[in-house]
Design a protein around this ligand. Sequence first.
Ligand code: UT7
Length: 323
Amino acid sequence: MTLRAVVKGVGHYLPERIVPNAEFEKTLDTTDEWIKSRSGIERRHFAAEGETTSMLATKAAQAALTNAGMTADDVDAIVLATSTADLTFPSAATMVQANLGMTKGFAFDIQAVCAGFVFALSNANALILSGQAKRVLVIGAETFSRIMDWTDRGTCVLFGDGAGALILEAEEGAGDSGDRGILSTDLNSDGTHRDLLYVDGGVSTGTSGYLRMQGNQVFRHAVGKLAATATTAMERANVTTDDIDWIVPHQANIRIIQGTAKKMGVLMENVIVTVQDHGNTSAASIPLAMSVGAQSGKIKKGDLLVTEAIGGGLAWGAVVLRW
Ligand code: UT7
């Protein structure tokens, strides 16, 4: 028998305020048509004043716990992927722990920017496989609206706020690719590309800073690296694209999503796409897409998923899991 980290619940939360592309036409030299055709984004949610990443994360966590039929007391650990934690420290994860009324276990943040949820899933899987936790709440939550330069049309029209969460639980499997749960992971980073996507603030500047991106340069790396990491993860799981029911990609740009699916030989009808409604929510985009995909009835128990992401670092990776 082989221990597996199996999804027992999923949920998400999006801030109330929805901002359509047309809003940016009032203040920037841009158009709804440019944003839609270059990125696939039509609208995004922005957090209200005072609404923080840990608040969004808490609401997504509560939705996932309800979906799993569990309470916070049933969870041993919280792993929260974010690059927009409320404060420099403590972690947003410990704030969520307190908000949920969870007095035992442990909680920590993971910072791998847009690849954060893939890194968080891989770490949560390791906690379960090593016996350090039986049930892990894995969250991706962001308020990227707080780090936008509203005068930079090349970035501020692309990002949004939101949160998604999964509950993983240890379960015995047969040890083959028919098992439910995480079947394989693949993580990568290359710090020599730090200038392509970064925030120009932090402890060293005494400011929280603004996101800076050479979008077309990141784009150049994206499709090849995403297809490669997904292929590596599939080989490790001993599955092929024919076995895949859904690609659940990071939602940065519809052209990257389409290019990666094409390179992998997967039809777009087998890809979960939410970028039009959420924009790029960085580490929150994959659990948001999983939650929307499950709620809409597309992703069903037993389906085989590949999830992949790339972002600042550069950091990128993929996870193969059977829902
Ligand atoms: O999630 C983390 C990882 N991030 C990503 O994966 C993002 C990857 N990159 C992208 O999604 C795309 O590169 C963008 C959507 C950011 C940009 O699309 P692009 O097709 O690569 O455009 P570009 O950056 O090469 O810019 C083309 C033109 C430029 O004008 P010139 O130099 O050709 O005259 C830009 O100044 O589009 C201009 N432009 C805009 N025009 C209208 C840039 N932003 C805008 C805008 N509205 N908002």
